[in-house]
Each structure stands twice: as structure tokens, then as C-alpha cells.
Design a protein around this ligand. Sequence first.
Ligand SMILES: NC(=O)c1ccc[n+]([C@@H]2O[C@H](COP(=O)([O-])OP(=O)(O)OC[C@H]3O[C@@H](n4cnc5c(N)ncnc54)[C@H](O)[C@@H]3O)[C@@H](O)[C@H]2O)c1
Length: 274
Amino acid sequence: MKDVIVWIGAGQIGMAIARRVGYGKKIVIGDRSLANAERAATTLREAGFDCTATEADLSSRESILSLIATAQSFGEIAMLINSAGVSPSQAPIATILKVDLYGTAVLLEEVGKVIKRGGVGVTISSQSGHRMPALGAEADELLATTPCEELLSLEMLQEGNIRDTLHAYQMAKRCNVKRVMAEAVKWGERGARINSISPGIIVTPLALDEFNGPRGDFYKNMFAKCPAGRPGTADEVANLAEILLSERGAFITGSDFLIDGGATASFFYGPLKP
Ligand SMILES: NC(=O)c1ccc[n+]([C@@H]2O[C@H](COP(=O)([O-])OP(=O)(O)OC[C@H]3O[C@@H](n4cnc5c(N)ncnc54)[C@H](O)[C@@H]3O)[C@@H](O)[C@H]2O)c1
């Protein structure tokens, strides 16, 4: 039986990663949009990969469990790629928190329970989470360790404390990074590793929605004034993911990697400073 990759979020970043690491494995592709999952599966199949598409909603534990069960019907889960998510211009606050924050926490927990010994995973966070000031040790610990089903009841995530969809997204992505740290300890008990990647602006349908959304000028200015002077590509994110998911990354777990063309550096110490 082949090793299985669970890949949720059949967008451009996930596709670039799956192409790097998926050959010779069974790739089970889940997406809220079955059409997106099937399109990704067709593209990969036509390039010689072995994959199956299924509908899966990151915001639902039931759906995540069903995705895991589908994956296990093909063999042991050896790898997780979580590249599902909604951006600040794509959804209201409640949806962003349910998908990006709660859903990611549940996925890491559930895959962590069954990942093969020596298995590995990556979840896509965002540079956005790096722009907020430190939340403090207590808030960090709550984000890292609160049981998943209680996460959305945390005081800091209640209506009056979340300013807008961008703030919700930043909190979700900060939470992803903290969750990865806490989960890395549990995954380690199975000899498995989990890390996150925080990309800057990467040209994908999600980023195009941002360019055309209410913060379009803000985003265009962001890449124009970052040290790289341009947005990144999904393939550049995959360069990093490939290392993390391979044996070359064997000593890396519980970490987050910023890959943003220097936008965060410029935000704190350069022309992007607010
Ligand atoms: N593109 C960027 O500039 C950028 C920057 C930082 C972080 N990210 C993050 O990268 C990840 C991947 O985004 P992308 O840029 O490849 O976008 P994309 O639009 O190409 O792909 C996102 C995919 O996630 C799916 N999805 C959305 N909600 C879902 C849900 N509830 N359950 C399952 N699937 C769902 C969408 O249908 C889509 O196929 C997201 O978490 C996003 O927040 C993207």
C-alpha cells in the first residue's frame, strides 16, 4: 500500500506543494468546492500523480474526520498539507474564525492522532499574523492549548474584541502558529513533525480577490514597497515546503517560516511602516 497524503484546500499554494512531494504517494484532495478538488486531481493525474478528490470542509470536525477516513482507506497517512482558507475579503468574521482558526486547530489535532510514525505536515498560516503586536504569554497559551471546541468562545475572539475581517484573519493566523507549536509536542510522540509557513502576498485566486477587494490598494502598495518589490509565487512557497516535508527538515518541528519578500521587515522598519 502506498503512503497517503491528506491535502485540504485545492488552491494554487497547495497544488505547488503537492507537485513537489506527491509523486509515488496516494494524494487525497479535499476542498469545500468539489469542483476545485476535481480540477486539481485532473491536473495532477494528467501529470502522472495518483489522486482522489473529495468534498471536505475545514470548518467541520465531521467533515475532517470523513476526509481522514477516506484517506485511511488507501493506506497510512504519512503527510498533511493544509492549504485551505478564506481571506479577509472573501468571508465575514465568523466564517474566517470558523475555517482558518477553529478548522485548522481541529485538523492538526485529528491528523496528529493518526499520522504515521515519521510522518510530517505543513499548514499555511500568513504574514498577516506577524503584523500584530505580541498578545502576551497568557493569550498565546490560550490560543495554543484551549480545547478546539472551546476556542471560538475565547473572550479575545468575541465580537467586541475583533475589529474587522482583517483582524479576524490575523488572529486566526497567529493561532495557527501557536497551535503548531503545541501540536508539534504531541506529533513528536509519534515521531512526526508539523510546521507552518507564513507567506506574504502570493499570486493565487485568493490574493486576486484581495487585489480586487476593499484593501486592493493596500495590498498592491505592500508588494511594491517590500524589499523584493513584487508578489511571490506558489512555487516559491513550495521551495520552502519541500524542505520542511523532506528528510532535510528532520530537525525542524513546531516552527513557523515567514516567506514574504521582506514585507514584514518593511512594515516594522521600512517604508511600509504605518
Ligand atoms: N495567496 C496569498 O497571498 C496568501 C498569503 C498568505 C496566506 N495565504 C494562505 O494560503 C492558504 C491557501 O490559499 P491560496 O492562496 O492557495 O488560495 P486559493 O484560493 O488558490 O486556494 C484556497 C482553497 O481553499 C479552499 N477552501 C476555502 N475554504 C475552505 C473550507 N472551509 N474547507 C476546505 N477548503 C476550503 C478554496 O475552495 C480554495 O480551493 C490559505 O490559508 C491562505 O490564507 C495565502
